[in-house]
Design a binder for this molecule. Structure first.
Ligand code: 6PG
Length: 478
């Protein structure tokens, strides 16, 4: 056998990953696809790459050195299970099966458990960076056993993006940890994208600037603290002119956002964990609202203000930039809260600082400020909320007047800004001395005898609301 790594599934992501692997010194890549046609296409189109093609799973297994290591790159879902079953038939104990798709982490936990029983290692690895990332260097978030990481680590390091000399890959934790972290990455991606969308909308409707002019603003922002891949590509999308109509492309794209599910998973999981990822949730909901044409049409005549141009354009734009930065800090803060809670729930030893580090390059949310997250966790590993780290507190302190003004302006002008607004509300909730949750507890006690605790003494209490309204100490709390 001549190959040290194999790829199963040769659609765009798989082909690109296989080419990336083959381009690195020391790798010989076995390739397999359900229909051999795709394998042939890859071979003809890329004669430069050293591939070992296989027509059957048996041939594929025979072409791999032991421990055999194969990365599955097929559409997440049932297809993944079928490929895993086929590979476990031809692989042996000690071999490694890697799922590089966007699998739901609970599926990964289930699969890891099942595959482990055969003695084969199963690694769920989140891979971010889209088609280009797969080809040139993605950010990789592998879970699975430490044993598998020993073999797999060097291979993944050889293909990952590199920032400051460090490959953007780390062993995230056991079983589903990698896919969990990739899921949170995507949730943050949703929030980031929606925040940028809100900023664009506010500027466009608040100043009347054209998409091309707004593109220049984003290009300018990309030179500062907001520097990130998503800001960069936003400028490119806004600058694009439609070939057919000569209009800005953004004006001819149907304004109904799609999704493949990872954002929804993030929110569902966070709800189960009891973690308020409100920024991410609002971003998911914003896509849902956009995709309800019948409701939007029926509501389009509902009353509301029409945005009128702001007076001080430059100050307004700078305010939006600051609001974006502050809201982004909140989205990341919430995302990391979910990582901490997930790690606790599923017994993963996830190093938060390392996650921020491997997100600095290759992935969709890559951004300059991720270094600051790594620093924050290095300074204080027990940090309870990212926004309370000195650097981020400074960001929010400086931004908050603008942030409040922008949210208020948006409300006055009738421009939706759900992630800006919810992030600010979250921030104010977090820092509040007292929350109306006390009243909620009173109401719950009133209608359901759900009891409450007191600020001034131990114990659990209930007021006899339908009796003489005296307070009794209660033994069982529900
Ligand atoms: C990445 C992306 C990638 C993909 C998402 C898009 O990290 O490379 O997140 O995983 O583009 O699935 O998700 P939606 O289709 O849900 O927007």
């Amino acid at each position: 056998p001549s190959a040290n790594i194999g790829v199963v599934g040769l659609a765009v992501m798989g082909s690109n990953l296989a080419r990336n692997l083959a381009s690195r010194e020391g790798n010989t890549v076995a390739i397999f696809n359900r229909s051999y046609e795709k394998t042939e296409t890859l071979l003809t189109e890329h004669p430069e790459a050293e591939f070992v093609p296989a027509k059957t799973y048996e041939e594929f297994a025979a072409s791999l050195q032991k421990p055999r290591t194969a990365i599955i790159m097929v559409q997440a879902g049932r297809g993944t299970d079928a490929v895993i079953d086929a590979l476990t038939e031809v692989f042996e104990p000690g071999d490694i099966i890697v799922d590089g798709g966007n699998a739901l982490f609970t599926d990964t936990i289930r699969r890891e458990k099942a595959v482990r029983e055969t003695g084969i290692n199963f690694v769920g690895a989140g891979i971010s960076g889209g088609e280009e990332g797969a080809l040139l260097g993605p950010s990789i978030m592998p879970g699975g056993s430490a044993e598998a990481w020993e073999t797999l680590g060097p291979i993944l390091k050889s293909i990952a993006a590199v920032v400051d000399g460090e490959p953007c890959v780390t062993h995230v934790g056991t079983d589903g940890a990698g896919h969990f972290v990739k899921m949170i990455h995507n949730g943050i991606e949703y929030a980031d994208m929606q925040l940028i969308g809100e900023a664009y909308d506010l500027i466009r409707r608040g100043t009347g600037k054209s998409p091309a002019e707004i593109a220049d603003i984003f290009t300018e922002w990309n030179k500062g603290e907001l520097e990130s891949y998503l800001i960069e590509i936003t400028a490119e999308v806004l600058r694009q002119v439609d070939e057919k109509t000569g209009k800005p492309l953004v004006d001819v794209i149907l304004d109904q956002a799609g999704s493949k599910g990872t954002g929804v998973w993030t929110v569902q999981t966070a709800l189960d964990l009891g973690i308020p990822v409100s920024g991410i949730a609002e971003a998911v909901f914003a896509r849902s609202v956009s995709s309800k044409p019948a409701q939007r049409a029926a509501a389009s005549a509902l009353p509301g203000p029409t945005a009128s141009p702001v007076e001080n354009v430059d100050a307004f734009i700078e305010g939006v930039r600051q609001a974006l930065y502050a809201s982004k800090v909140i989205a990341y803060s919430q995302g990391f809260d979910a990582i901490v809670a997930g790690a606790e729930q599923y017994n993963w030893d996830i190093k938060k600082g390392d996650i921020a580090k491997i997100w600095r390059g290759g992935c969709i949310i890559r951004a300059r400020f991720l270094n600051r997250i790594t620093d924050a966790y290095a300074e204080n590993p027990g940090l309870v909320s990212l926004v309370t780290a000195p650097f981020f507190t400074d960001v929010v302190t400086q931004a908050q007047d603008s942030w409040r003004n922008v949210v208020a302006d948006a409300a006055h002008a009738g421009i939706p800004a759900p992630v800006f607004a919810s992030s600010l509300s979250y921030y104010d909730s977090l820092r509040a001395d007292r929350l109306p949750a006390a009243l909620t507890q009173g109401q719950r006690d009133f209608f359901g005898a759900h009891t409450y605790k007191r600020v001034d003494m131990e114990g659990t209490f209930h007021t006899l609301w339908s009796g003489d309204r005296t307070e009794i100490e209660s033994v069982d709390s529900h």
